[in-house]
Structure formats: C-alpha cells, structure tokens
Design a protein around this ligand. Structure first.
Ligand code: HPA
Length: 247
C-alpha cells in the first residue's frame, strides 16, 4: 500500500524517474478524479502520483474535482500528500523558478466544491485550519530541499484565485495588501479538503512568473513554460530526497 502521494500541477504531469507498476482507476462518491492513480517506485520506494489537471493537462483549475482526487488518495490508503503548485510571485524575492514551501493561505476562490461535510447534516463539522499545511511535512520538504541543494524559501502566504485567467495588477495590489506573497489557482480547496480527510498535506510552490503588475509588461505564457521547466527540475530533486529519507 502506498502511503505517500504526489499531486502534480502545471509543469508536472508525470514523474520522469517513477518506475510505473500499475494504474488504478478509482470511483468516488464525489465523481471521478483527474485520472487514474499512477502507482510506482521512485528511488525504490512506492509512491502514488496523480496529475491534478489530468495526464494531458486538460482540466482547468476551477474544474478540477478536488474532492474526488483527495477521496481517491485516501481510499487508496495514502496518509501523506505533497502537492506541487505553480504560482505567480507577488513578493519581490519570489522570482521565476523560485521554490517556496508556503505556510499560510488566503482563499479567494468561489463556487468550488470545497467541503466533504455537506450531505450528512445530522451534525455540523468544523475543522481547525489555523495552520493550513502540515508543519511536519513542511519541515521534511525544507530539509529535503537543503540536501538537494535547492534554495527553497521557508514560509509565505499563498493567495488562491479562481482562474483560469490571470489577475489584474489591481487585484495583485489588493492581495499584497491582504498579506499574500504568491498567487495560484489550485491551492484551495485542496488544502482544506486534505485537512477534512485527516491527510498530512503540504505544498511545494514553484514561481512561474512575476504576478500581474510585478514584472515588466504582460505575462508571457512562453516564459511561464520555460520557468516552470526549470523549477520542476528542482521539485524532482526535492521529491527524490524526501523519498530517500522517509519513503
Ligand atoms: N496567477 C495565478 N496563478 C498562477 C500564476 C499567476 O500569476 N502563475 C502561475 N499560476
């Protein structure tokens, strides 16, 4: 049974070094996940991989079935999830290709299925979300980054936006005033759903671009692709270290 899962975001639809052993199609009470779970060995240890946007990158951020994805992983027996998310850098040090292990979230998304606690209304269930990510898992990621020689930034607030469009400069100004250091489209409700299921969950954020109004001119999709390719090489190096140490 694979206990560790990796959710790959934009730029990480597969793990090159994963020796794939099988794929498992999962059905959940919440519908279909983004794809079959890919189960294999990375550095000799079993891991589950799921591409958040589908293996052909066809599912936009607001259409991802976050509930089905997390439910399927939990059902499979996963207890720890490392999620990889592309972001735009708001804080000036989050230059393209920088790796950040965020520690806080502000949620600006709307109209997404954001909870498992909506059908059994016999009891109202609340979760504590003071620390939205597992600090234990964050430490594992930061130590793995250090061993991999990747200068990952420890902490930062992830502003989760609806997408699929990028933001206006004024929206980014507002987010900065709110305290956001980076902006992405997939961080929520994924993190909250993981907490509802009791999963140990943390994010590796990869800066793909300077957020709107923070770089020079408009945001180039070609530049994003180049920056993400560079960033994902670092993500792979971190993941290999995580698995070697804790598998
Ligand atoms: N905004 C929102 N999501 C993103 C960005 C951005 O600038 N870059 C990568 N994902």
């Amino acid at each position: 049974m694979s206990e560790l899962a990796i959710i790959g975001g934009t730029g990480l639809t597969r793990l090159g070094k994963l020796q794939i052993e099988r794929r498992e199609v999962m059905h959940t009470p919440y519908g279909e996940p983004s794809g079959a779970l890919t189960i294999g060995r990375l550095c000799g240890k079993e891991v589950v991989f799921l591409a958040r946007h589908g293996y052909g990158h066809t599912i936009p951020p607001h259409m991802v079935n976050y509930r089905a994805n997390l439910w399927a992983l939990k059902e499979h027996g996963v207890s720890r999830v490392i999620a990889v998310c592309a972001v735009g850098g708001i804080r000036s040090d989050l230059v393209p290709s920088t790796i950040v292990i965020p520690d806080q979230i502000i949620d600006y998304t709307w109209s997404r299925n954001h909870t498992f606690f909506e059908s059994d209304l016999s009891e109202v269930t609340h979760i504590d979300f003071t620390e939205p990510y597992s600090n234990e898992m964050r430490q594992v990621l930061l130590e793995a980054a250090a061993r991999a020689g990747v200068a990952a930034i420890a902490g930062g607030t992830y502003g989760a936006c609806q997408g699929p469009r990028l933001e206006t400069a004024a929206e980014i100004d507002r987010m900065e005033r709110d305290g956001c250091h980076m902006v992405g489209m997939t961080g929520m409700p994924e993190a909250a759903l993981a907490r509802e299921l009791g999963l140990c969950y943390a994010v590796i954020a990869v800066s793909a671009n300077a957020a709107a109004g923070r770089g020079e001119g408009i945001i180039s999709m070609d530049d994003i692709e180049v920056n993400l390719t560079r960033g994902m090489d670092q993500v792979r190096a971190i993941l290999e270290q995580v698995i070697t140490a804790t598998g």
